[in-house]
Design a protein around this ligand. Structure first.
Ligand code: SAH
Length: 224
């Protein structure tokens, strides 16, 4: 039978593999060279993480609304942050993610590391993400409906931490939950002016690098 439903994993038309490959081309043009990350993005059905009415925009390089006033991150930013957190001399096996959202970044990470620990403050959003992830077969993820400002004490230290909401200053608790050599990748700043930072935990100090300007929703206290 010929598949005409755009809600399949393979997709058709604006959600087809051909459309996805065009996105990969754009990511390459913008400096993403990590073949593992590019291939995972190519294989991941981003159109199934957003509302059906927006499916045709799934492989444009833009952020899109996912309800509860939140957005799915732009593919270029997902690719860049993934490369930054994984590119390390230590083996990056266990990663903490703050801001599950619709689960798209979670799914990308879960295909590249052994286990993802993902925290989201909005319970309803995380429940949907979790169900979607399970139905798509991404199972190496633990979910916590909690406040990312506290990190995830019982599972630390992590080999990397990726934050997809922007605090005003880097939370101390997240620095403390980095293992030696691990990197924290985090957007920091006000709602209209943020910069991506990478902070690496060395044996006796933290090393910090400032990267590109980005735009994320604010990181907020408390869960609901
Ligand atoms: N990577 C996600 C991005 C979602 S937007 C995706 O691609 O879908 C950022 C998310 O961070 C939102 O869902 C928001 O609710 C969540 N967030 C904001 N502050 C938080 C906090 N303190 N702890 C956990 N999650 C938080």
């Amino acid at each position: 039978m010929v598949e005409t439903n755009a809600r399949t994993r393979e997709g058709v038309g604006m959600t087809s593999l051909r459309t996805r490959r065009r996105l990969i081309g754009r990511l390459r043009d913008q400096g993403i060279t990590d073949e593992n990350v590019l291939s995972v993005i190519e294989q991941t059905p981003r159109h199934l993480f957003i509302d059906e009415a927006l499916s045709h925009k799934a492989y444009e390089d833009t952020a899109l609304p996912i309800g509860h006033n939140q957005t799915i991150s732009q593919p270029l930013v997902v690719a860049l942050m993934t490369v930054l957190v994984l590119n390390n001399d230590i083996q990056v096996k266990r990663v903490l993610e703050v801001g599950t959202g619709c689960g798209y970044q979670t799914s990308i990470l879960s295909q590249l590391v052994s286990w993802v620990f993902s925290i989201e403050r909005i319970g309803g959003l995380q429940k949907q993400a979790k169900e979607r992830m399970i139905s798509l077969g991404y199972r190496n993820v633990s979910y916590l409906n909690g406040d990312g400002f506290d990190g995830w004490q019982s599972n630390q230290p992590f080999d990397g931490i990726l934050v997809s909401a922007a605090p005003r200053v880097v939370p101390d608790s997240l620095l403390k939950q980095l293992g030696i050599g691990a990197k924290l990748v985090i957007p920091v700043g006000s709602s209209d002016h943020q910069r991506l930072r990478i902070i690496t935990r060395k044996v006796d100090r933290f090393e910090e690098e400032q990267r590109e300007a980005v735009r994320f929703v604010p990181m907020l206290n408390g869960r609901r």
